[in-house]
Design a protein around this ligand. Structure first.
Ligand code: PHE
Length: 367
């Protein structure tokens, strides 16, 4: 910014005033010469029309205010002309900015274009989408639910009463400072996607056919096959006359779609508080065809998911809000599978932490 003081006027004749203003006008022209960047324009603006330090204000103070009344009009006219000139220069600089001509000479149109890596689906998301699509083709819709749940939705309404030992199978991460609430209202990170079964049924009367993919949290020590965060796909089907045969047929079909039509399934008795009867499902090893290999630990079978017929007491909890879920009138099945495990199997990934590391050397293999 120019610090030059404003010269004293040596008289008030028109010729003298013209000479003095012309000198200032040359100064304006000189300082407007190199307005190539927004910073330079701002600098120019401050230098000339800045409210406190601007030269225009200084000129007004030095020449106009102290002038005899007879000269004020002559000075004022010239002052306005000068002001208009400065504003014109600012407008001109601004319009070059708006039509994009700033830095025009800095663009080298012969410079080769930058290569953009378009990215690709994460193996987990790829598997999730594939699974969801299989069920959509069977007429299922897709739902979501909250990752922070109350004890009621994560456990109680799924028939895990307070203190029930089955709660210990899902080592739970709890939200701090919940102790003063009744147990059922305390917030926890959901340990499975099954609470979304309850939310879904509370929101709509039967029939229901839905799959719910999502992130779940457990206080498990991380190792090659465990991560405190992983993903599940929940499934729920409720209607008149849904039987265990429907459950078997649905899951058998889904596994054949996912791993190929030669894959077989088998169902073993199991226990979940919210299904009765409950089963664990194994598939014949898609890698060795059931002969036995390293992937299936030489057993020929791989355990992949849990399932069962919806326990009548679960319908009982839901019926408090949706009376149509009367276990005498309807029945249903539910299933849950670990998406990470399925992705690891499909792609031969041996360490689950790779899924969450964001390491490009890993991710680029799926591009
Ligand atoms: N929620 C169970 C789990 O995380 C899996 C499951 C879902 C079992 C639905 C049966 C029915 O272990």
């Amino acid at each position: 910014m120019s610090e030059d003081a404003i010269p004293q006027l040596s008289g008030y004749s028109e010729a003298e005033l013209d000479r003095a203003f012309a000198a200032i006008s040359r100064e304006v022209a000189a300082s407007a010469a190199g307005l190539q960047t927004p910073e330079a324009v701002e600098q120019f603006r401050l230098q000339w029309v800045g409210r406190k330090q601007g030269r225009l204000k200084a000129i007004s103070d030095a020449w106009l205010k102290s002038a005899p009344a007879s000269a004020k009009k002559l000075i004022g006219q010239r002052f306005n002309t000068l002001k208009a000139e400065i504003e014109q220069r600012l407008d001109a600089a601004d319009s070059t900015k708006h039509d994009g001509a700033f830095h025009a000479d800095a663009i080298d149109i012969t410079f080769p274009g930058g290569r953009r890596n378009p990215g690709s689906e994460h193996p987990l998301i790829k598997t999730l989408n594939e699974l969801v699509a299989i069920f959509q083709r069977m007429g299922y819709s897709v739902g979501v639910g909250p990752e922070v749940e109350t004890d009621y939705y994560n456990f109680e309404s799924l028939n895990f009463p307070p203190g029930h030992p089955a709660r210990d199978t899902q080592d739970t991460l709890v939200v701090a400072n919940q102790d003063r609430k009744p147990l059922r209202d305390r917030l926890i990170m959901r340990t499975h996607t099954s609470p979304v079964q309850i939310h879904t049924m509370e929101q709509q009367p039967p029939p229901v056919r839905i799959v719910i993919p999502g992130k779940v949290h457990r206080n498990d020590a991380a190792d090659a096959t465990h991560s405190p965060i992983f993903h599940q796909l929940e499934g729920l089907c409720v209607d008149d006359n849904i039987t265990f045969s429907d459950l078997k047929g649905t899951l058998d079909h889904a596994m054949k779609e996912l791993f190929g039509s030669s894959v077989k399934t088998r169902f073993f008795p199991s226990f979940f508080p919210f299904t009765e009867p409950s089963a664990d499902v194994q598939i014949s090893c898609p890698f060795c065809g059931g002969k036995g290999c390293r992937k299936c630990k030489y057993s020929g079978w791989i355990e992949l998911l849990g399932c069962g017929m919806v326990d009548p007491s679960v319908f009982g909890f839901v019926a408090q809000k949706q009376p149509a879920y009367d276990p005498k009138m309807i029945s249903g099945f539910a299933f849950g599978m670990g998406i990470d495990r399925i992705a690891m199997m499909k792609y031969g990934i041996t360490d689950i932490s790779l899924m969450y590391s964001g390491d490009l050397r890993f991710l680029e293999q799926f591009a």
